[in-house]
Design a protein around this ligand. Structure first.
Ligand code: NI
Length: 257
């Protein structure tokens, strides 16, 4: 069985001590593809460097709503240039976050829309981060068509977002929170999403699933998300693994086996 972790951050400093060792162990464990996500100019550069070292690793390029404190207009040009690297499969993670930042909502929206435009120019899908900003996020997506669509990364377990997101053609990526005992909506939301629209991810090194909460997360744990989906949909783990693997290749147009 092979698994695809559709979103992780091996560019994070929490992997500085053992990055190469852990990435090789992950591959041996059967997680044979990973998308490393950028969230700022610096982290995007680092994500590309890391992806260049491993055939089975891809990356995204983007500025997240939590990394626009030092935003300069020129950064968009730099992201667009970085995104031309052949390992970059999407613009992301981009979006809105009103949990951590409420003072700069207008700037968040502007930077989000500008990056949708970059994705459209480069014919790439987008990877969306949205937190406590569901309706503004949906408004922007309705008014700014993403030609290649994209993915709700670490998707909020919110029925409105899932319904509207699917209508717009987006994929839904489930992370650790679907395994948390206090996630009341998880089963209902998993049932709403057809299997051919589901991706799985760890968002490593953060958000470890049950039973590993609080520990550093890594891509080997994506199996817990797959198992949860298999349990709720009453299908085999193998079917979840195979279908989510294929879905991730389809949305990010990954041709390699
Ligand atoms: Ni992330």
């Amino acid at each position: 069985m092979e698994l695809f972790d559709s979103h992780a951050h091996y560019n994070d400093e929490k992997f500085d001590e053992d990055r190469d060792r852990i990435i090789k162990e992950i591959y041996k464990s059967g997680v044979t593809k990973i998308i490393n996500a950028g969230y700022s100019l610096g982290s995007t550069k680092k994500a590309i460097e890391i992806a260049d070292n491993y055939d089975f690793m891809y990356t995204t390029a983007g500025i997240s709503p939590n990394d626009i404190d030092n935003f300069r207009k020129e950064d968009l040009k730099d992201i667009e240039n970085l995104a031309k690297n052949k390992k970059v499969v999407a613009i992301g993670e981009i979006g809105l976050d009103y949990h951590w930042n409420t003072e700069n909502k207008e700037l968040q929206k502007e930077v989000f829309i500008s990056q949708i435009e970059i994705a459209n120019r480069l014919k790439l899908p987008i990877v969306i981060h949205t937190r406590e900003a569901i309706y503004d996020t949906l408004d922007i997506l309705k008014n700014n068509k993403c030609n290649k669509n994209g993915v709700f990364h670490c998707s909020p377990l919110n029925v409105d977002l899932i319904r509207e997101g699917l209508k717009l053609g987006f994929y839904i990526s489930f992370a650790g929170p679907i395994t948390f005992k206090n996630s009341k909506n998880a089963d209902e939301v998993i049932k709403m999403v057809p299997l051919d629209k589901i991706l799985i991810e760890t968002d490593s090194p953060y958000l470890s699933p049950e039973p590993l909460r609080g520990k550093r997360n890594d891509s080997r744990n994506v199996k817990y998300m797959a198992q949860k989906i298999a349990d709720v949909k009453e299908i085999t783990l193998e079917e979840v693994a195979r279908t989510t693997y294929n879905n991730t290749k389809v949305i990010f147009e990954i041709k390699e086996k």
